[in-house]
Design a protein around this ligand. Structure first.
Ligand SMILES: Cc1ncc(COP(=O)(O)O)c(C=O)c1O
Length: 397
């Protein structure tokens, strides 16, 4: 048989999904597993969103619809971004996609020529380098180091820019570290983007899941409006992962290219979900705020408890719902620590290398799970922690 295209072999899967598969296998064998591996809110959309969904189906909103997304939803996103992020974009700048990942994929497909270099955060969402490679791009990591409080180092980024650099991917708040990029870092990144004529793909999917005040989109910095593509959607902020609903906010010159990809792939996003999503954005139940308040409580408890596990240390994330734990002091590899936690304690978490080479001494836990689950997970981990040696320099915070 003829071979499968080489672009597939250069792409990679997601560590979370393979840990999830093993955890499910153990569950089928009757084991109790606490799932802290997936990046998925343990909430469901607000009741009114579901009501709107039913209403839209009843109204016959189940047809092919506008390729770019229904105008009413694009208008609602434009209002929402102005209200929550203080940025002004019009419905014409917005393209609806079946998930943020597809919006990211479309933006990269529209922009990358073989050999183009794409700067991206390491550790970071595995899709960033994988999709770039799939389009013949050359992903170039910039490191989120503990010594910089897991912030990007703009000077390192500047040093990595070459004639071939075309795109810089930013992700604040970020997966897997929960880092909210500081204003100083973003300002400098924007200056570099303008100076070197780069396009910034700003993945803002966690922008509403914040434990501090004040969020600034990359698009709001001087000179950035014409060179920023925001990637966002409904999966995390509105607990709608399975709805597959995301969007790109792009400069007008890029929109026809994104529409061209939509026409040639998914045609349009399910119409009834788009009408229901308007209700999610309006959020009359204040569902996002109550979900984030709950995440904030869990964050406080879970980060404190993780720092008491022998050999573990982690910073408190300013956004998203992940604990990014340095396990170097356990004396074991992250893979071994995760194996012990899953196989012997029934706690599923992800070895950090799944997020890039800089993650090799880390483990990612999602705290989008109930307080009781998080407490039970810590008890289980404490019980098996003697399997890794208690390190001399244990950090307790
Ligand atoms: C940074 C980041 N971007 C994109 C996605 C994918 O979002 P969606 O489920 O809407 O495709 C995720 C999901 O984990 C993510 O963490």
């Amino acid at each position: 048989m003829r071979p499968i295209a080489s672009r597939i072999s250069v792409m990679s899967g997601e560590g979370a999904l393979s840990v999830f598969a093993r955890a499910q296998e153990l569950e089928r064998q009757g084991r109790s597993i606490i799932h802290l591996e997936l990046g998925e809110p343990d909430f469901h959309p607000a009741g009114l969103v579901n009501e709107e969904l039913k209403h839209a189906v009843d109204r016959g909103k189940d047809r092919y619809c506008a390729v770019q997304g229904v105008p009413a939803l694009r208008d609602a996103i434009s209002d929402y971004l102005q209200r929550t992020r203080n940025i002004r974009v019009t419905a014409d700048n917005i393209v609806i996609a079946p998930g943020c990942k597809i919006a990211l994929f479309m933006a990269m497909m529209a922009l990358i020529e073989p050999g183009d270099e794409i700067l991206y955060p390491d550790p970071g969402f595995p899709g960033f380098p994988s999709i770039a490679l799939g389009f013949g791009g050359v992903p170039v990591p910039f490191v989120l180091a503990e010594r910089n409080q897991l912030q990007p180092d703009p000077e390192e980024i500047a040093a990595r820019i070459t004639q071939r650099t075309k795109i810089m991917i930013t992700n604040s708040p970020g997966n897997p570290t929960g880092t909210v990029y500081s204003d100083a870092v973003q300002r400098r990144i924007a200056e570099l983007a303008v100076k070197h004529d780069l396009i910034v793909l700003s993945d803002e999917i966690y922008a509403r899941i914040l434990y501090r005040d004040g969020y600034r989109s990359m698009l709001s910095y001087p000179g950035m409006e014409e060179r920023t593509v925001i990637i966002d959607g409904f999966s995390k902020s509105f607990a709608m992962t399975g709805w597959r609903l995301g969007y790109a906010v792009a400069p007008l010159r890029l929109v026809p290219a994104l529409n061209m990809i939509a026409v040639n792939t998914f045609t349009c996003v399910a119409e009834f979900t788009q009408y229901a999503a308007i209700e999610a954005l309006v959020d009359r139940d204040r569902a996002t705020a109550s979900m984030v308040a709950e995440f904030a409580k869990r964050r406080e408890q879970f980060i404190r408890d993780l720092n008491r596990v022998p050999g573990f240390r982690c910073l408190s994330p300013e956004g998203a719902f992940y604990a990014w734990v340095n396990i170097a002091d356990t004396g074991s590899s992250a893979e071994e620590v995760c194996r012990i936690m899953l196989e012997e304690a029934g706690v599923a978490a992800i070895p950090g290398a799944a997020f890039g080479i800089s993650g090799k001494d880390f483990v990612r836990f999602s705290f989008a799970s109930s307080m009781d689950n998080l407490r039970a997970a810590i008890e289980r981990i404490q019980r098996v922690s003697s399997a890794w040696r208690r390190a001399p320099a244990l950090h307790e915070k």
